[in-house]
Design a protein around this ligand. Sequence first.
Ligand code: SDX
Length: 428
Amino acid sequence: MSNSNVTLTTPDHSVSLPLVEGSQGPSCVDIASLYRETGHFTFDPGFAATAACKSAITFIDGEKGVLLYRGYPIEQLAEQSRFLEVAYLLLEGELPTAEQMHAFEDQITHHTMMHESVKNFLHGFHYDAHPMAMLCASVASLSAFYHDTTDNEDPAQRKLAAIRLIAKMPTLAAAAYRYSIGWPIRYPRNNLEYVDRFLHMMFEVPSEPLKINAVAAKALDLLFILHADHEQNASTSTVRLVGSTGANPYASVAAGIAALWGPAHGGANEAVLKMLTEIGTPANVSKAVERAKDKNSGFRLMGFGHRVYKNFDPRAKIIRATCHEVLDKLGVNDPLLDIAMKLEEVALKDDYFIEHKLYPNVDFYSGIIYKALKIPTEMFTVMFAIARTAGWISHWIEQHEMPGGRIGRPRQVYVGATPREYKAIENR
Ligand code: SDX
């Protein structure tokens, strides 16, 4: 990675700033000395053109619709890998040997149980609490139970925290769901694989054994692979910012869950289902597209658009194909899929969407599959969080392994009141 310089000229200064090159992707202007040399900050609300860190985990080319996890194309991982292997890849940087995979899977399997007191913690919620609220709180509470993994400088403790989070997220997610519907919480079964174990905890009832549907399990594993990481998205950047203060891994990931919840981010999959239901029929699609183009409507096509992808989100392409396959195999005929297909057809031909480079993103079709797997809508973003935990904790570990880490502390353009004298209340 070679470095060269660029010159920035202001009315009073001309400064030479180093260019930082990665292994691929745009080069970056290192502005660390800008304020010291010119008295200027840079201004980039939303960080659309700002690299906040160096990372070797995920690469995205938004113009070409490319997504690589540790250099491996998402299409190949979707086709040939499985979620737990992808989690290992994100964490360790290399695909595991058979022996390494066996050891990793064994570690995950033996960390899936949650402390019994977490059940009491969940019982503090009302039955109608949103499962994201319960998940966020219960993950943050893990730091109250696991004092043996809060020394962020100890690589072994960082790795154990990662194992615990990846292992326990499905248990906590299923427990939140079961509590919200009044069913008894199910313990994880060690004889089941990661996704089967989750489906068992979600849907097994005491009155009869659950037969895991292999089509459902395979579809869910694929969705977990596709949602596992995505560079410096809002929730991952949140995890890194919280991690930069020295906060423990559980609190850092809980902050990521909170950030993911928003409908502009991971909450979009739940919002897409609500939007499709509201549209109601393919005949109403054109009206919805017109509404989305009207700035005053406050309505957006959920599951459309992306800060980075100005082409098809490669994950959306894979999920779209899987949608048809899964619904066919499960014998599910969901009218919402017809509405989604019509919406995509109309929007992609519309000048507004073409000019704004708005394409379906990862959230546009995923909810239709979750619905076919009988996962309730309010659990959709929880599913996203289960998968993204692998990415979040990989980034959290990477930032602690990278030398020169500093607390994240952006500046601002101040637009408030200039200095003024205090007035006693009787003189106001
Ligand atoms: C995820 O960052 C990641 O990597 C996220 C993610 C991940 O894996 O972590 O990929 C997961 O969050 C996917 C995105 C899910 N969100 C949605 O589907 C919500 C709907 N989409 C948006 O609100 C929006 O597209 C964002 C939030 C995704 C991106 O927002 P940006 O990049 O800040 O774009 P913007 O809001 O500035 O919009 C640019 C223009 C605007 O018009 P102008 O003011 O320039 O004329 O595009 C318009 C917007 O009005 N626009 C839309 C639109 N999205 C953007 N118009 C209608 N419908 C939409 N969905």
